[in-house]
Write a protein that binds this ligand. Structure first.
Ligand code: 5RP
Length: 236
């Protein structure tokens, strides 16, 4: 473990290190996005450089692609890889059914496409990401820039009929400007506080014209590896 890490980074590192045990020689691996996934990419890079592990990585963002190349991982696009053995990614929240809220880093679209095209998805997280009910973390929804205010208003109207506590939505900003995803879209964050029926919400939100994808990952994750500040890990 690198020296001088904060307890939260120790937890993220511990989960990431355990997750790379699942990676075997020759695998095609989806590489997630975020600070926890970055530890996993660095750990994999070390295995590639120092132990000759041969893998093909499919990154879920331009940030992860840059890091993967830097640490020596061969990177290809999803269509070149076609199907993946395993994806390892972080999360913003997970519940007892291993359903997730993702997209805090704005990469939910590629993350969902890549995880869905994988035999297995392993999520790595510090213990603070575990929740009894999803929704305290704002749910990211990727929308096309054209007519985004209308799309946002439609989303808010739709929330009224759903089992959620909060109903406000905000455009994600990068400074004074809209945050732009790798696909050139915007992110609208939904402040719901509690999501009663995540499956229904995910389906209904995706029906709204202008919505590209939402950050609810339902029945996609197979295993969560929870890291603790003292370096211990737990598998769910
Ligand atoms: C990016 C994501 C990340 O996996 C999620 O935001 C967790 O990030 P971190 O590991 O930095 O807490 O979904 O879109």
């Amino acid at each position: 473990m690198p020296a001088e890490l904060s307890p939260i980074d120790k937890a993220k590192f511990a989960a990431a290190k355990r997750a790379v045990d699942f990676v075997e020689d020759g695998m095609r691996v989806g590489l997630g996005t975020g600070s926890t996934a970055a530890w996993m990419v660095r750990c994999l890079g070390e295995l590639v450089r120092e132990e000759g592990l041969r893998i093909t990585g499919v990154p879920t963002s331009s940030r992860t692609a840059d890091l993967a190349r830097q640490v020596g991982i061969t990177v290809v696009g999803l269509d070149e890889a076609k199907w993946l053995d395993l994806t390892i990614d972080g999360t913003d929240e997970f519940d007892a059914n291993l359903n997730l809220i993702k997209g805090g880093g704005g990469a939910l679209l590629q993350e969902k496409i890549v995880a869905t095209a994988s035999d297995q998805m392993i999520v790595i997280a510090d213990a603070a990401k575990e929740v009894a009910q999803l929704g305290a973390f704002p749910l990211p929804v990727e929308v096309v820039p054209f007519g985004w205010q209308t799309t946002k208003a439609l989303i808010e109207e739709t929330l009224v009929s759903l089992d959620v506590l909060g109903r406000s939505a905000s455009l994600r900003l990068n400074g004074q400007q809209p945050f732009i995803t790798d696909e050139g879209n915007y992110i609208v964050d939904l402040h719901l506080n509690r999501i009663g029926n995540a499956r229904q919400l995910a389906l209904v939100v995706n029906q709204i014209p202008g919505v590209v994808e939402n950050g609810l990952f339902i029945d996609i994750c197979d295993v969560v590896i929870i890291g603790q500040g003292d370096g211990r890990v737990e598998l769910r």
